[in-house]
Design a protein around this ligand. Structure first.
Ligand SMILES: Nc1c(NC[C@H](O)[C@H](O)[C@H](O)CO)[nH]c(=O)[nH]c1=O
Ligand SMILES: CC(=O)[C@@H](O)COP(=O)(O)O
Length: 163
């Protein structure tokens, strides 16, 4: 379902696992910081809302979305107790094909890191045509993809812990 047909922050229709036992990292890209800061706040607040202790939330910043993959790999390689890694970024189409390369690299990279470590690595990266679309999905009229990423992390951490 397209984001404009749903609210990225509305989870009233689903059961959210309690996060009291989970340790979760949030990696946030600094490019488009106004947007990614809103994504981060949404993700952080959502984890707290559903019981994750603030001492069990590890927050890290990287220069851009392209670096999210490497940060997830480093975190999972060095911190064995992580239950999930949330990757947050905002890639906005510019005048060149750079957008395509970053989006493909991050999507594929994050997927591969999660598979390598058998850990949930959540793709909380906005890939938009313009800044307004990003604003709309970072606490605007379509909700906050940071909220969605945090809920996904809780559900996947629960999935991983119960199978
Ligand atoms: N244009 C955007 C970037 N570009 C920077 C790259 O992510 C990367 O940091 C650089 O290529 C050095 O490796 N990053 C975003 O997150 N969003 C953009 O719109
Ligand atoms: C996604 C990007 O890297 C992009 O914002 C950079 O802009 P440009 O393609 O005009 O160099």
């Amino acid at each position: 379902m397209a984001s404009h047909l749903k609210n990225l922050s509305d989870f009233s229709h689903t059961t959210i696992p309690n996060g009291a036992d989970f340790k979760i990292a949030i990696v946030v890209a600094e490019w488009n910081a106004k947007i990614t800061g809103a994504l981060y706040q949404g993700a952080y607040d959502t984890l707290i809302k559903y019981g994750v202790d603030k001492k069990n939330i590890i927050s890290m910043a990287v220069p851009g979305s392209f670096e999210l993959t490497g940060a997830a790999e480093i975190l999972l390689a060095k911190k064995k107790k992580l239950d999930a890694v949330i990757c947050l970024g905002c890639v906005i189409q510019g005048d060149t094909k750079h957008f395509d390369f970053i989006c493909d690299a991050v999507a594929n990279g994050i997927t591969n890191v999660g598979i390598k470590h058998s850990k949930p690595v959540i793709f909380g990266v906005l890939t938009t045509n313009d800044e307004q679309q990003a604003i709309d999905r970072a606490g605007g009229k379509h909700g906050n993809k940071g909220d969605e990423a945090a809920i996904t992390a809780l559900k996947m951490a629960h999935f991983s812990a119960t199978i």
